[in-house]
Design a protein around this ligand. Structure first.
Ligand code: FMN
Length: 226
């Protein structure tokens, strides 16, 4: 099981998206250590443009209820457009493969609309995690540089979680509800919600824990020029 003794390579290879958590909260001191490690993430000109809002306990439950109500009413308010079907070529292929693997692991078919709806609602209930982090960013320029910095932060946070025996899942799904999250947490319109990360102790016995997404060989991603 992942823990403090993992090397960096082991940490990277042990990380995968966790979609079933034990209810135990993360001790405050450990959470602080993890956030301090995430804060070491690099950013353009060291601007550190991430603003992270973490819900736990009653605030977590209120947020889950608000998100579920918005989902039922189909009141979506994404700050950033997400056009999944527009992913071209190999990216579309990988996207469809991920969708199929995920549905299969969760025991849901593409045609099972009720099952897929239930999965969306599990997303919004943070897959049972005791904590969820909402990653906000200030609106600067065309957003691309700032979003890249927030991505750096997110992966550092995810790896720190694994190194300390925890796990998480980044969720664009949580980013579809910018207005709801801002209203619940009293956050100004000046900040845009990129995505969220549910985290906690993974439930290693859950059926969802049994699958891992493959990766393309590096030849498909890297070109060497000598
Ligand atoms: C920015 C971002 C957003 C994601 N959004 C979701 C999401 O809304 N729901 C979900 O279940 N998984 C989400 N994922 C997880 C991806 O499906 C997952 O990272 C990918 O399939 C690779 O699997 P792995 O993380 O287990 O290695 C997201 C990942 C990233 C990086």
């Amino acid at each position: 099981m992942p823990g403090d003794s993992l090397s960096f390579s082991e940490t990277v290879r042990a990380r995968s998206s966790v979609r079933r958590f034990r209810p135990d909260p993360v001790p405050a001191a450990l959470l602080r250590t993890i956030l301090e490690e995430a804060q070491r993430a690099p950013s353009n000109c060291n601007t550190q443009p991430w603003q992270v809002h973490i819900v736990s306990g009653a605030a977590r439950d209120r947020m889950a209820a608000a998100l579920d109500a918005a989902w039922v009413a189909q009141r979506l308010s994404p700050d950033f457009f997400f056009d999944g079907p527009a992913y071209p070529g190999v990216y579309g292929v990988r996207r469809r493969e991920q969708g199929m693997t995920y549905l299969q692991a969760m025991g849901v078919t593409r045609e099972d609309h009720a099952g897929r709806d239930a999965l969306s609602r599990q997303n919004l209930d943070f897959f049972g995690a005791p904590h969820a982090a909402f990653l906000f960013m200030p609106a600067i320029g065309d957003h691309v540089r700032v979003a890249a910095d927030v991505g750096m932060y997110a992966q550092t946070l995810l790896l720190s979680l694994v190194a300390h025996g925890l796990g998480g899942v980044p969720q664009t799904m949580l980013g579809f509800f910018g207005d709801v999250v801002r209203a619940e947490l009293g956050i100004s319109e000046d900040f845009r919600l990129l995505f969220g990360i549910s985290f906690g102790y993974p439930d290693h016995d859950a059926p969802e824990a049994g699958y891992r997404m493959e990766r393309a060989p590096i030849e498909e991603a890297v070109t060497f020029h000598d």
